[in-house]
Design a binder for this molecule. Structure first.
Ligand SMILES: Cc1ncc(COP(=O)(O)O)c(C=O)c1O
Length: 372
């Protein structure tokens, strides 16, 4: 007979999910109420307000999608991209490749701007490509490339796209709560994230926000959005501004309690304080890694404080190290993805997991496993 599942208590210092705050876990266990209960509707409103705060936006259409970050990505593309459109996708890692897939599945053409995995997106290349393709409808890029630990200059990329009249889709799955993100000031049109990284929340929800210009584009579409579940015109009826909420799907009620609690924690801490905490723990980790003789994979200017890519030294067995960290120290760090597999580790310091105890735990465990 099967038995109840009791997971071990791990320290999650990979690319996500990251450690969930006990406050969030306890919110998850509160009694389930109906998803159209007036009290749940009030909670939905507060979640929207808190998401606007976290995204630094006044966008009315700012909601949590009831599915993981990939659904946020898909929602941005299926709503803003129509068959026959031209979309520029800037790729400098794994997730830009997924954006291309999304564009093509919308029946649109993806023009790729490629940069080295481990470097930021080059704004000049975007500018040149927009000049070559003045009919571009959307520019898409990943702000924080989780596969490489690289930040791109989102503000500049948004400005260039706007100058050429294109809407911007921006992936901030690993950004939100960890480093600065200014949806309104930068002028991004569809920005999505995930709950399992710097928000210290359980996986499975994707916060998303659409600018008024994006909403106009959605409302003036000539063709139906190909996805029923992610069609924002329908979702708006459930999450929309008026008090009459139409049934669209059954929201993951308890997961919304968890998201609400995690956003409250972010509000209590303050965004700038959260960014400063991520930076301080990152700096301590880098100093410790370098003292162990390890080198960072990304130039200091473009490193993500919440996700640290480290070069695996010659002769070290990547899988064996990670397996010992997990078995002997209950510590998870991330492997390299795609073309970086076997070459880099990715050490997350995200949300609740970004603290000095975790920095020390990771350095001590790595020192032991590497035989220092
Ligand atoms: C940059 C980026 N985009 C999209 C995703 C997809 O999110 P999810 O795994 O929650 O579907 C991830 C997940 O790690 C990510 O890091």
């Amino acid at each position: 007979m099967s038995q109840s599942f009791y997971p071990p208590i791990r320290t999650l210092m990979g690319p996500g999910p990251s450690d969930v705050s006990p406050r969030v876990l306890s919110a998850l266990g509160r009694p389930t109420i109906g998803h159209l209960d007036p009290l749940f509707v009030e909670l939905m409103d507060d979640v929207k307000r808190l998401l606007q705060f976290a995204f630094k936006t006044t966008n009315e259409l700012t909601i949590p999608i009831s599915a993981p970050g990939s659904a946020g990505m898909e929602a941005a593309f299926v709503n803003l991209v129509s068959p026959g459109d031209k979309v520029i996708v800037c790729q400098n890692g794994v997730f830009g490749g997924r954006m291309k897939e999304n564009v093509e599945r919308c029946g649109a053409t993806a023009i790729m701007v490629q940069d080295r995995w481990g470097a930021p997106v080059d704004p000049q290349k975007l500018e040149d490509t927009l000049r070559d393709h003045p009919d571009t409808r959307v520019v898409a890029f990943v702000h924080s490339e989780t596969s490489t630990g690289v930040r791109s200059d989102a503000e500049t990329l948004c400005r260039i796209a706007k100058q050429h009249g294109a809407l911007v889709i921006m992936d901030t799955v690993t950004t939100l709560g960890g480093i600065d993100l200014q949806v309104d000031a930068w002028g991004a049109d569809a920005v999505y994230s995930g709950t399992q990284k710097c928000l210290s929340c359980v996986p499975g929800i994707s916060p998303i926000t659409f600018s008024p210009t994006a909403v106009e584009r959605i409302q003036s579409r000539a063709t139906k959005v190909q996805s029923w579940f992610l069609d924002m015109q329908l979702v708006m009826g459930y999450w929309g501004g008026n008090s009459k909420r139409a049934y669209h799907h059954t929201a993951p009620v308890n997961a919304m309690y968890a998201l609400h609690e995690s956003l409250l924690m972010l509000e209590e801490e303050g965004l700038e304080n959260s960014f400063a905490r991520h930076r301080a723990n990152h700096e301590a980790l880098v100093a410790g890694l370098e003292a162990l003789g390890l080198s960072m994979a990304v130039d200091a200017e473009w490193r993500l404080p919440q996700l640290n890519s480290v070069l695996i030294p010659e002769g070290i067995d990547d899988a064996a190290v990670r397996s010992r960290l997990l078995k002997e120290f209950n510590l998870e760090i991330g492997a390299g993805l795609g073309e970086l597999a076997g070459k880099q580790w990715r050490i997350g310091l995200m949300g609740f997991a970004s603290n000095p105890v975790n920095v020390n735990r990771c350095l001590t465990a790595l020192a032991a496993v590497l035989g220092h």
